[in-house]
Design a protein around this ligand. Sequence first.
Ligand code: SF4
Ligand code: SF4
Ligand code: SF4
Length: 291
Amino acid sequence: MGFLKRRIFQGLGTFLPNSYLQGFLTASLYQGSLKGMCSPLLNCYACPSALLSCPIGTLQHFMVTGTVPYYGAGTLAVIGASVGRMTCGTLCPFGFLQDLLYKIRAYKASMPVWTRWFRYFVLVGLVFIIPFLTHENWFSKLCPCGTLIGGLPWVTLNLNVRSMIKALFWVKVAMLMFIVGTSTMIKRPFCRAACPLGAIFSLFNKSSLAQLAWNAETCTRCGKCQKICPVDIRPDRNWTNPDCLRCLDCTRCPSLKLTTVFQRNPFGLPTQPQAGNGTERIEEVSALEHP
Ligand code: SF4
Ligand code: SF4
Ligand code: SF4
């Protein structure tokens, strides 16, 4: 996908689920029928302009009430099984914000791979176990996206809310500032290390219908795909990486393309024996593309 096209998708993913703009003017929340639907994005329910619900907030709500989140879990499973993490790469507003922050001229650093495990602890601990035991939405209480598009607007718009500020609010603001600051130096730190929605979708990257395919015959191992990748990974080494956002930026290289699990030969490699390039090699490449 071209750079501009992805930015347009990300812009739409930010604006359309948050197009109840009168919420900011009237300091009110949209309460219509769309609010009963989960978006496939980390987009706070409490944002004054939000039309849809946040899937993580929905999962937590069921944990708090001790019921099985069939609807939220089913919605996420259908999206994940279809496109893996693609909504992270192409639509999510909080991911878009981190992409933009990384464009700022600042000291740049890489993130250790082991930090990815932290997002699964956040998912299991803060979204499932602790809310179930304490009957409180602990992830939502701390979520930096919620602070940015829910907490801060309400504190600005409503005097009553401002008078209720407690220490926890400043903890949330400090966490948001930390994410904003680190996003100028590291590619998508929150998505890679802390987001429970990204953690759920990443479980589907290996098996989703949509897949990234890599052509071993034409790849020169130049590493340019890693340089443009918003999460700093090398798709030529692992094209089903759970960290891959399926943003498709790397498909600007002809050795990578979007395909489906049904496509056994996405690059149209020759299937007849050829001099110096036997069928064994072609089968080997095909197996690599669909492990
Ligand atoms: S990992 Fe979370 S914050 Fe990042 S793009 Fe995906 S849903 Fe959005
Ligand atoms: S996939 Fe393309 S950009 Fe990446 S290493 Fe191979 S040739 Fe280079
Ligand atoms: S590997 Fe390619 S599709 Fe995946 S996140 Fe990186 S650039 Fe995007």
